[in-house]
Write a protein that binds this ligand. Structure first.
Ligand code: TMP
Length: 241
């Protein structure tokens, strides 16, 4: 089963070889289990880049466009417990197709830095490696949906699944763990979230060039400094600094 699940990853490896497009903007995604702090870090990075006068677009998945935000509501609605993993995969990729063609591609074509809070690795992990659906098919659908656009850098905030969920519970309710509801995905059992954490690490191990793994258990300021260190390297490489 494990071999079958992993076999789809060859598609991503092939893509990495053909998707180098020197000269256009810089596309960076943030990934990680729920509660790892992606949204905070993406915002901090945006502020830091803007302080240098660099053009930045920050967006999120699922969402970022009116259609994507409507799909997000469907996907995260806790009352749709019967939603199949294949339906999920198709809805996430539909939102992604809209986001890439109307927001991300145009911004990259203008030479901007695009920061995306989650991208297609989330589908490979949540619907594929953790959700048990056909990884190769998910990869293919997403390559079609995105016109084969992959980030130049994927910042993976790695956090133990239980800690991530505890963080969310605290942030969202300030109340006891038992009273917390969470969205449709957050409500899944702990073992699912543990597979998510492991799934991201598995992807990162396979694509060492694209992924930058940051332990996310430290204070936000410490995590931010590590991300900035890496960013300086890539911004210099790409001629932004
Ligand atoms: P967020 O909490 O990071 O905004 O993301 C919403 C939820 O959607 C999160 O629990 C992860 C999940 N998700 C997937 O399952 N597949 C995907 O492709 C994406 C982008 C998100």
């Amino acid at each position: 089963m494990r071999r079958k699940r992993e076999s789809g990853l060859w598609v991503m490896g092939e893509l990495q070889k053909i998707n180098k497009r020197p000269g256009e903007g810089l596309f960076i995604s943030f990934e990680g289990p729920d509660g790892a702090g992606k949204t905070t870090q993406a915002r901090l990075l945006k502020e830091q880049l803007e302080a240098l006068g660099l053009p930045v677009l920050l967006t999120r998945e699922p969402g970022g466009t009116p259609i994507g935000e409507a799909i997000r509501k469907l996907l995260l609605n806790p009352s749709f417990k019967e939603m199949t993993v294949i339906s999920e995969a198709l809805l996430y990729s539909a939102a992604r197709a809209q986001l890439v063609s109307t927001l991300i591609r145009p911004a990259l074509d203008r030479g901007e830095i695009v920061l995306c809070d989650r991208y297609l690795d989330s589908s490979l992990v949540y619907q594929g490696l953790a959700g048990g659906e056909d990884l190769e098919m998910i990869a293919k659908i997403n390559l079609w949906a995105t016109g084969k656009l992959l980030p130049a850098l994927t910042i993976l905030l790695d956090l133990e699944a239980r800690r991530g969920l505890e963080r969310l519970q605290k942030a969202e309710t300030g109340a006891a763990v038992e009273t917390w509801q969470g969205d449709r995905v957050e409500q899944k059992e702990l073992s699912f979230h543990q597979r998510v954490q492991q799934g991201f690490l598995q992807l990162a191990a396979r694509e060492k060039e694209r992924f930058f793994v940051v332990p996310a258990g430290d204070k936000p300021e410490v995590v931010r400094a590590k991300i900035w260190h890496k960013m300086q390297e890539i911004l210099t490489q790409k001629g932004y600094l």
